[in-house]
Structures are given as C-alpha cells and as structure tokens.
Design a protein around this ligand. Sequence first.
Ligand SMILES: [Cu+2]
Length: 374
Amino acid sequence: MFTRRAALVGAAALASAPLVIRAAGAEEAPAQAAAAAPADLSSLPRVKHKLVVPPFAHAHEQVATGSPVINEFEMRIVEKEVQLDEDAWMQAMTFDGSIPGPLMIVHEGDYVELTLVNPAENTMPHNIDFHAATGALGGGGLTLINPGEQVVLRFKATRAGTFVYHCAPGGPMIPWHVVSGMAGCIMVLPREGLTDAQGKPVRYDRLYYIGESDHYVPKDADGTYRRYADPSEGYEDMVAVMDTLTPSHIVFNGAVGALTGDKAMKANVGERVLFIHSQPNRDSRPHLIGGHGDLVWETGKFHNPPQRDLETWFIRGGSAGAALYEFLQPGVYAYVNHNLIEAVHKGATAHVLVEGAWNNDLMEQLVAPTSVAG
Ligand SMILES: [Cu+2]
C-alpha cells in the first residue's frame, strides 16, 4: 500500500518534524523550532477572530488601520459523517466541522496565531499546511497532532493573496485527508486593501467563499454508494476510487446543493461581490452564468494586476483565486465549474440570488416566445 513515491513524500514530512506520532507524554520540541531564539512580538496588539462557516467570512477591515497585529484563531478538527448528496455519505475529516474549512482573513505583515485542536474522540493524527506560510512544510511539520492533543503555530503573512490550507499528515494520508474534506483558505489582504491594475482602490460590498472539493465515494456491485463506520474502514475502497482520478462528486461547500435554492448566495444590483474560490486538489474553472469577472486575480495573488472582463477563470489545483463582480441585473445566477459535466452531473453548481431593478438597455426580450409566423 505504501509505494516508494508515497514513502518519499512521507519522508519529507518526517524530516521536518522528526517527533510526530510520538509516544503520548513525550515532551521533546521539534529541533528546527528550538534552534533559533523566539521572536519578541510582545508589543504587538492581538485580535481574536471568531471563524464562521463558509460561504461567509468573519468580520474584517478591507484596509488595515495601524501597525501589524497578531491574529488569533482557533480551529477544531472534526471527524464526522457528512451527506454529499441524496444517496451518498462520506466519513469526512474537517477543519472546524465544515467543508471547506473556514476562511481566515488577515493583512500582509500581520501574524497568524492558530490554536489547532484534535479532540480525543477523533481517530487520526492531523496537521495544517498553509500555502501562505514559509518553512516547515507550510507549518505542517510543526503541527502534526494526535487525537487528544492541541498545538499553537504562529506564522507571518508576508505575501498578499488567497491561499489554500490543508491537512498533510504525510505519504498517502495527504491526498486521503484532503479529499475527505480537510482544506480551506486564508486571504491575506494588502494593508492598503485591493487595487486594480492602475493602482486605484477597489472595495467589495460582500464576500463569499466557495470551496470546491472532489470526493471519491466507493460503490457496491449494485451501484449504491457504500457507507462506513469511520474513516479508516473506508480507506482502501476510497483509495481504489481515488486512483481512477475520476471523482464521484465535485461539489461547492461540501455537498450537492449546499449553495443553491434557499441556500443561494445573495446580493443586490449595484453591489460588488468578491468571490473567493479554492480547490485544494484538482483544477477548476469558475463561471458566473449571465455575469462576468470584472476584476479577476486568477492566481489569487493581489500584487499581480487583476485581469478585466473575464468570462471564465482558471483555478489551479492547490490554489485559490478571487473574482470581483458588480451585479447589474436582478435574477438567479448560476455560479458553476464550467466543465459542465462537473457542474451538472457531479455537483459543482451554486446560485446567486440578486435583487434590484432590471435594466432593459443591457437586455430586453423584444418578442416573447410565440408560434413561428407563417
Ligand atoms: Cu487530517
């Protein structure tokens, strides 16, 4: 089961944190963290954030006021069964109970101080790799914790943008934990806020975080999806499906229909909405049917000039992008992965319900459907 390639990835994780999966009660500190004197950040103000379930985000300022701060977050890792669709369940592993994990928002130059809790009722070691962080496998090498343990990691947010975070406990555990739900996003805003390609300030009225995820639920011989008692029981079956590289489900925010119908995202005509879209494992191509990306940071990194007027944008597996759109017409918009098979058959569809006045200059039905003349 543990191939040579998997062993190599695992070896990197172990090289960075030689003491993970240690005996309970062992007190050794990881060598690389002990080698340098601790930074003195005692004069910095601290801001405690309460994380919320996506597509929503915790309260934040778009423009930083004052000097850098230490942003305190706490996340609990939750292993639980989730329903992906009417007929499909998965023994999920999650950050804070949701797929995706919560969106964290800080400013460039700030510090992120995360308390990560792996409650005793969980069955597996977990950690967190922040693509926004520098060193120790994005923090993964310093955060691997067994059930019943917690850890505190601090890193400096030195690069502005939207960045994936995910669990990466080593070797074949890495893809399995990720496609079981353990990924989310952090947005590091420039201190001056977002700017367009000319450097002019850009502000948003609302923000929604869409976390796309691919899942691999095994089926019985008769085609019904299998359910399992805990994550480990389904491991080998799920790996067999994963190795086909053909997901059974590709969903936004953890389930088919999580952001449609009465759970649609909402906006008003004239509002500028920032859509953040992450995919920790697989490529995607967000598209707003009947709308556009006015300004798109396709790679999510805000010091690169945004592109204008896009119809569809590309999200590389393992990254998060951001698109700003001012809604100009009311109605129900579908926000999809524009591989339309993935959108319609696999689940990657959301809705945005927009209220306001219709603009006949932009579009008007001049003749309603009627029988063909003559
Ligand atoms: Cu994990």
